[in-house]
Design a protein around this ligand. Structure first.
Ligand SMILES: [Zn+2]
Length: 246
């Protein structure tokens, strides 16, 4: 690719020198990108706040020798409510960390992953309650892991295909529910409850949390998914512990 234009969300920034920053972005057309934003630290810079974390822009970039250079950025959404609310900020950081864990350069699924990421930042911005906020992030997690090939199975036992149980066991290794007759045959079962499995099924389809789901059930479903994703990402993800203490 020569010079290019793409929609991209800033994941990370760090200082390169007195005037410039290196920006890590997730772009809709090319997946993960690392670019230089020249002069961004000068007060008169046209890039200015557009290079902050969680900001989505249409960027115009020039191919560089090692790193590409962002020449221009047209703001798509700054997701400002995220920056004014500590809880929203924590969840947005967490989503960013998940994107960074699974993102690759020239990602073949970049359009889908970008859209999932853009949607969750909008949903986090718009959330009016903690339930709505966490529900949005559960939806994000389910969609992201499905996109990268680790979809969670909630409809039948991943060991024997039984679909008649009221499931309350989840296998982190196998990525799905386990029926009562298989539970002794499977190593490392996470005990959960039928409500958590129901939340996983609902969250795939319904945009807002149903009032029948208690807040602590939504949280425990969130934590179950975090455990599964940390296993798939093959590393301990930082933010969930922090979220648990909010
Ligand atoms: Zn089974």
């Amino acid at each position: 690719m020569a010079n290019y234009t793409t929609n991209a969300i800033n994941l990370k920034t760090h200082n390169l020198n007195e005037a410039d920053k290196i920006i890590t972005l997730y772009s809709r057309d090319y997946g993960l990108l690392k670019c230089v934003a020249k002069g961004v630290k000068k007060t008169k810079s046209r890039l200015g706040g557009k290079m902050d974390m969680f900001v989505a822009n249409t960027i115009f970039a020039a191919k560089g020798k090692s790193l590409d250079v962002i020449c221009q950025a047209d703001l798509l959404d700054g997701f400002l409510p995220i920056k004014k609310d500590y809880t929203k900020l924590s969840y947005a950081f967490y989503c960013t960390e998940l994107i960074s864990s699974f993102a690759v350069e020239n990602d073949p699924n970049s359009k889908e992953i970008y859209d999932i990421f853009y949607t969750v930042l909008g949903d986090i911005s718009a959330a009016k309650t903690d339930e709505e906020l966490i529900w949005a992030v559960i939806r994000f997690k389910l969609e992201l892991i499905e996109e990268v090939g680790y979809a969670v199975q909630t409809d039948f036992c991943v060991k024997c295909n039984n679909d008649t149980d009221e499931f309350s066991n989840f296998s982190i290794e196998m990525g799905g529910v386990i029926c009562n007759s298989c539970r002794r045959k499977v190593y490392r079962i996470s005990q959960t409850c039928p409500e958590s499995i129901e939340i996983l099924r609902y969250a795939k389809k319904i945009q807002m949390p149903h009032e029948k789901f208690a807040y602590d059930m939504i949280i425990s479903t969130f934590n179950l998914l975090s455990e599964y994703i940390a296993f798939r990402a093959n590393k301990k993800l930082k933010t969930p512990g922090m979220i648990g203490s909010i």
